[in-house]
Design a protein around this ligand. Sequence first.
Ligand code: AP5
Ligand code: ZN
Length: 216
Amino acid sequence: MRIVLVGPPGAGKGTQAARLAEKLRIPHISTGDLFRANIGRQTELGKLAKSYMDAGNLVPDEVTIAMAKDRMKQPDAEGGFLLDGFPRNVSQAEALDELLEAEDMKLDAVLDLEAPEDEVVKRIAGRRVCRNDSAHVFHVTYTPPKQEGVCDVCGGDLYQRDDDSEATVRTRLEVYHTQTEPIIDYYKAQGLVTTVSAMGKVADVTKRAMSALPGS
Ligand code: AP5
Ligand code: ZN
């Protein structure tokens, strides 16, 4: 199955993608996580991406598309994948379509995770991420770790992302409305979109997302 997960920053894409990918046995491909891994390794790509990410803007298409393509061509993605945070504008969606067409493949579904702005702002403000694995995500009040600042899964350090400051979040939301939301209409025209409410318990959102997938 090939799925795209779209939704505003903080809606819970990463949280849901990790659970869905595990259930569906497909890799979770997050361009945000790939950039953060590059920042951690201090690669040239990481240095470039960081300047855009810290300001809340999109990293240029050329490097983003090349990085995403490269990841989708890895052997573990042959049987399908769950894309989280890519595509993020119409040109990236077109590039993805071209790549899929060239391989004679198609997307099966686009899930649009919906949450009101005041909720996503609260989710981002309290988010803490593990230094060892960005899939280990907590929230100081909603899903707190057993011990403050320590990851329940691996014992790693929990930190607050550099781009989770209030000012940057405002820019990220604006960028989402102006540049990313148009891809929802792009995919609606292909009959691929299901809107899934991101409100309520994490497990309930996962159930709703699973039942929105074809063949469920
Ligand atoms: P990216 O890492 O993709 O960030 P984002 O889209 O802003 O999304 P977030 O990671 O902030 O939120 P999320 O929806 O995954 O929420 P989460 O599950 O963590 O991108 C970062 C940057 O990289 C971009 O700004 C851009 O610069 C660059 N970039 C990435 N992709 C790009 C691309 N394709 N093109 C160009 N640039 C690109 O949840 C949030 C919090 O809420 C957590 O604390 C979680 O525990 C909590 N939570 C989750 N679900 C629930 C629930 N149901 N109830 C209560 N709390 C919940
Ligand atoms: Zn961890």
